[in-house]
Design a protein around this ligand. Structure first.
Ligand SMILES: [Zn+2]
Length: 158
């Protein structure tokens, strides 16, 4: 299910779309459903590449219910959509898919166990734990942050 509401309008009479999809939905499912629903439209489908290109990368062009350029590779078509942005007007609609797996891992916030003479303190929330270095948990029990200096230490000791 793809639901589109019109958002902000531009001077060329195109609009930003507010798109709601029934999750989970893959890029391929969205494309198939959209082309079946709007067989008279044309435009671009693209994979969000952090704003480096307007239509995304990879991307493809569609018209009259068919992909008319090289299609987007299967590994993207089979990927689950996290969010989709779109815009259009008249008979044109462009879509940019942000993928689930595309969440940058670096966005995760890491904490660190700081050694204070045998007491370890969470760098994020200050939680203190009295234990040996080998038994430090991977996650702070108080704030839930993943501790960046924990896994490594344990691996080194093996
Ligand atoms: Zn903490």
């Amino acid at each position: 299910m793809i639901k589109i509401e019109y958002g902000k309008g531009y001077s060329d009479q195109t609009f930003e779309y507010k798109i709601t999809i029934q999750k989970p939905m893959t890029v391929g499912e969205f494309i198939k459903e959209w082309m079946a629903e709007r067989p008279d439209e044309w435009g671009y489908f693209g994979i969000y590449d952090y704003g480096r290109t307007i239509f995304g990368n990879p991307q493809c062009k569609y018209s009259d219910g068919k992909i008319i350029t090289d299609p987007i590779p299967d590994k993207y078509l089979n990927a689950e959509i996290d969010s989709v942005n779109g815009s259009g007007g008249w008979t044109r609609s462009d879509f940019l898919f942000k993928l689930m797996k595309d969440e940058p891992e670096s966005n995760e916030t890491f904490g660190e166990w700081i050694d204070h003479d045998g007491v370890y303190r969470c760098s994020e929330c200050g939680y203190q734990i009295y234990t040996s270095k080998a038994l430090l948990p991977n996650e702070c029990p108080m704030c839930g942050h993943t501790m960046s200096n924990c896994d490594e230490e344990k691996t080194n000791e093996v």
